[in-house]
Design a protein around this ligand. Structure first.
Ligand code: SF4
Ligand code: SF4
Length: 252
């Protein structure tokens, strides 16, 4: 039964992406799974912040966690690379993909409910404390525990399809066999001690090999939001996600 359910989850996410009629183009979605009692979820209270929720906080009957990655098409990345600021297409992709993730979560919850399975999720973004900027439910850390990738020097998750895209996740009341984690580091810096393109690409100096200054980064995101005020909320930058790990795992 669990294999069928995993296929169903992957099919629903894929279907929602195919139904998308916005400007953003995508590559094939990735889906990963973890048990709700994975000890890593408890560790997120230390790694992310004490406010970080556990799967059982979202859903008392939680048995598994599902994460999915919607990778942007190369043209979205290329437009962002070419633009000295944040490209309009990248800003639109941020907004459209957040909406798409919400639709995918709703569709998944509906399909699972028809099978008597409960599901709960957090919105794809803006689920963080506005002062500390710490997330209550960090999709990238959840996706990491679901075996979708490894963290890069830029503090984003690098999946087999790169890091340029967005993540969503749900907690469900069914047992789903876990996804095996990657067997190697996907970031060149973490694997071989070289690259660092993301640091060079950062326009604010918020990112360095020593860490990420979240407040400095977020100030820039708010500037972008103000610049694209006609689009809606788009506090996004992601220049650091346009390097060699944008569209796949970089090889040496
Ligand atoms: S740009 Fe290079 S150093 Fe930065 S996260 Fe990607 S692979 Fe790692
Ligand atoms: S999102 Fe932009 S400002 Fe923030 S670390 Fe990445 S490149 Fe720097």
């Amino acid at each position: 039964m669990s294999v069928d359910l995993k296929d169903l989850v992957a099919d629903v996410v894929k279907r929602e992406v195919q139904k998308h009629r916005g400007k953003t183009k995508y590559r094939e979605p990735l889906v990963g799974f973890a048990p709700a009692n994975h000890p890593g979820f408890g560790e997120l209270k230390r790694a992310v912040g004490p406010e970080h929720l556990l799967p059982h906080d979202l859903l008392p009957g939680a048995r598994s966690v599902v994460a999915f990655f919607l990778p942007f098409a190369a043209e979205v990345v290329e437009a962002h690379r070419r633009d000295p600021f944040v490209s309009r297409l990248w800003a639109e992709a941020y907004i459209e993909t957040n909406e798409l993730i919400t639709r995918a979560c709703r569709a998944l919850a509906g399909e699972l409910a028809a099978l008597g399975i409960e599901a709960a999720w957090q919105e794809p973004t803006h689920n963080f404390d506005p002062v500390s900027l710490r997330s209550f439910w960090s999709h990238k850390h959840v996706a990491y525990l679901c075996g979708l990738g490894t963290f890069g020097l830029h503090h984003m998750l690098i999946t087999p399809s790169g890091c340029a895209g967005r993540l969503g996740s749900l907690v469900v009341s069914a047992d789903l066999s876990p996804t095996d984690p990657p067997e190697r580091e996907f970031c060149l810096y973490r694997r071989e001690g070289r690259c660092g393109a993301c640091v060079s690409l950062c326009p604010t100096g918020a990112l360095s090999a020593e860490g990420l200054d979240k407040q400095k980064c977020y100030r820039h995101l708010l500037e972008v939001d103000a610049f694209y005020a006609d689009l809606g909320t788009c506090d996004v930058c992601g220049k650091c996600a346009t390097g060699p790990c944008a569209l796949g795992v970089p090889e040496g």
